[in-house]
Design a protein around this ligand. Structure first.
Ligand SMILES: Cc1cc2nc3c(=O)[nH]c(=O)nc-3n(C[C@H](O)[C@H](O)[C@H](O)COP(=O)(O)O)c2cc1C
Length: 322
């Protein structure tokens, strides 16, 4: 499908141009289904299903419940595409069976699943953290780009979305999703003003009852602020953002956080122990002030977006005549 047509098709279904971003150990069928029912796209990483049999059970549940709710096609799946990830082929077989409109590739080229996803009419969106990766993904045939900027939860980008979006928009006019510290409806609107088609929001959806985290993790989010987020390469080898309180509890000292763990793409997410006890979140954490349902979060985002749009009218008097 021509890529602008895909944006238009999704816009026709959505209440807000938002993806609940895939999060390791956090997003499963409950979150995906609640997101779609609330009017945004729900997404989850395939490795969150601990076995292929689990994934085989999750997919018909998601597609079935969304079809019943009239929310067909409002979900996406995130795949690890690195060659050392041994479940790739089995996951792709299931994806071809259940046909998500969007397959998100992270930590690698979007090329591997492209042909088979296109064959059933799906689109592949590639998650990237700098303009060079964005260009490579575009050249490899990605149907959409996901720019992960500074301040994102989990594996974070280093670049400010203000500049990152503009640089990528200079060579890419296809579907563009952006993420990193987008925590409010006002910020969603700002992302669109900067040139994005959709916002990619992870952290804002962690403290929902539909996520798979513990209540302690939810409560830690509610009491934490931006300055409680630590960026380190010590956990996975890739720069990522975590709540300081969880790092302290796990016994990480300042020196340990300076270290760089060896990257093992094959086991990047397989090492569940790290992610179970050390809890990721991004700079937008200050937007989480209570435990809310996914519907409650989306209602709040919609109201914030509406108010920001009214207030933006006042900005229309700029620029003044010199
Ligand atoms: C705890 C946590 C785990 C994550 N796990 C994954 C993952 O497994 N795969 C992936 O592509 N992105 C993952 N992400 C990144 C999100 O998909 C998204 O890029 C990010 O949350 C956006 O920034 P925000 O958290 O500031 O909204 C994770 C994010 C968090 C907070």
């Amino acid at each position: 499908m021509a890529s602008r047509a895909l944006v238009d098709e999704l816009y026709g279904k959505l209440r807000l141009p938002v993806f609940a971003a895939p999060m390791f150990l956090i997003s499963g069928p409950d979150l995906v289904i609640a997101a779609a029912k609330a009017g945004i796209i729900g997404a989850f990483p395939a490795p969150n299903a601990r076995t292929i049999e689990d994934l085989r059970a999750w997919l018909p549940r998601i597609t079935g419940e969304l079809a019943d709710a009239g929310k067909d096609g409002m979900w996406a799946i995130n795949m690890i595409v690195h060659k050392t990830y041994e479940r790739f082929d089995a996951e792709l077989d299931l994806i071809c069976e259940y046909k998500p409109k969007i397959v998100i590739t992270a930590l690698g080229s979007p090329k591997r699943p492209l042909e088979r996803v296109h064959a059933y009419g799906g689109a592949v969106f590639s998650d990237v953290i700098n303009p060079q990766q964005a260009r490579k993904a575009a050249d490899a045939g990605a149907d959409g780009l996901i720019l992960v900027g500074h301040g994102a939860g989990g594996h974070t980008g280093q670049y400010s979305l203000f500049a990152f979006i503009e640089e990528v928009r200079s060579f890419w006019d296809g579907p563009l999703i952006v993420g990193g510290a987008i925590g409010s409806g006002r910020a969603v609107r700002a992302a669109l003003t900067l040139g994005a088609d959709f916002a990619y929001m992870g952290t804002r959806f962690i403290a929902t009852p539909e996520s798979q985290v513990s209540d302690r993790n939810r409560e830690m989010l509610v009491r934490s602020q931006m300055t409680d987020i630590v960026t380190t390469t010590a956990i996975t080898g890739i720069a990522s953002n975590w709540m300081k309180e969880s790092l302290d509890e796990a016994g990480f000292t300042a020196e340990m956080l300076e270290e760089k763990k060896k990257i093992d793409f094959g086991n990047l997410h397989g090492d569940t122990k790290a992610w179970k006890n050390i809890w990721g979140a991004g700079h937008g954490i200050g937007n989480t002030r209570e435990i809310q349902t996914v519907q409650g979060v989306v209602d709040q985002l919609a109201e914030e977006y509406r108010i920001a749009s009214v207030e933006a009218e006042a900005l229309n008097s700029w620029p003044h005549a010199a």
